[in-house]
Design a protein around this ligand. Sequence first.
Ligand code: SF4
Length: 457
Amino acid sequence: MTLTEKILARAAGKARVQAGDNVWVKADVLMTHDVCGPGTIGVFKREFGKDAKVWDRNKVVIIPDHYIFTADSKSNRNVDILRDFVKEQGIPYFYDVIDDPNGHWVFDPSKGMLQRQYGSHYAGVCHTALPQKGHTRPGEILFGTDSHTCMAGAFNEFATGIGNTDAGFVMGTGRLLLKVPETMHFRLEGKLQPGVMAKDIILHCIGEIGFDGATYRAMQFDGPGVAGLSMDDRMTIANMAIEAGGKNGIFEFDDQTQAHVDKRCKLNGTKTAYDPVERERDEKFVYEMTADLSKLEPTVACHPDPGQRKLAKELGNIKLDRAYIGSCTGGKTSDFLEFARVLRGKRVAIDTFGVPATPEIVQELQNARWGAQTVWEILIAAGVQMTENAGCAACLGGPVDTFGRMNSPMKCISATNRNFPGRMGHKESQVFLASPATVAASALTGKITDPREYLPN
Ligand code: SF4
């Protein structure tokens, strides 16, 4: 069995499963957020009754993160609906925007977009917050009402996005009927060269198979090249499995996985026991590809989908209006550090927006010193509009007052994960997906630029 099949077999209480089997599996964690949470709660109440209780209040994690820093009253109200539900159900893992359990969330536009407006419990973008807060564990099953839930496959678990109806059912029963996906094998060898990042690996793989090339399939990443990838790198890669249509992305378990998970679970007082899955000899794959990481170059997914692969060095003729770094995929501390390495001591030529994924990342960037300045100060000095209001922001457009949203047709290079028409706002805008390093170099020149031209010695 493949890694995915082993986890599904275990969660179904079976010795073996194979691709195509339909099995009932037990959920270890169900995550929802402000966009899909209210709908999921509605389905749950409609199907299980207005006084129904969730199947296990310790396994439901609720993370408002999407449409938070907006004056749109319906979006603000969604956070209040989550708070009311959490109170009613006694759910311990709720990362509220405000500290008052009886309060109401109202964004105050008069304070501007850059200054922090959240309380001490807020956790930022769900997929980045889940591992930070100790909710991702090897060998487990994570369901989330969000397509990029697959990011947690970096931690050797089966993690996938589900719709509100399925999530309402999981909320009531803790179980879900799943068809076991076929597995595609991506063997990574070698080591990335300077200026080439994990984002380039996944853009390369998606370019190879197309944006629907892994539809309802597991994407298993393994091989000797994985050892040189940090957990952040693996998260970037697993996150974008869905951009090829994948059911999930998954990595092997190793010392790095263990150290990260153990630290985060202990720090947050979440469950520390887990049981990883390991590879075995009789894996059956429907597709096999080997990527030599040392040969990869800075890569871009051009408008209008994540499979439109080109090399950054081939796209110097594309003039840009805007650059954006942020999201679960590209808004981690390591992403901003690489971004800052390219921008340090220079000045961006186009509007450039920076949105850290979580408050913890904001703090890390404000505390990290490079010489006399913090990384945060270096980015501001380079002309980047950095907001402390960590969240999804313009990654998926959002209400018109969303920070960084494209409200007119323009071309943007972005460290996010999805570029279908209208994704970041205006439906005639064009989004080019790239690594934080490529976004930084392109922000300096105002056209798509290979970051290797701008690497410090
Ligand atoms: S940052 Fe973007 S991709 Fe990630 S959860 Fe938010 S909207 Fe989705």
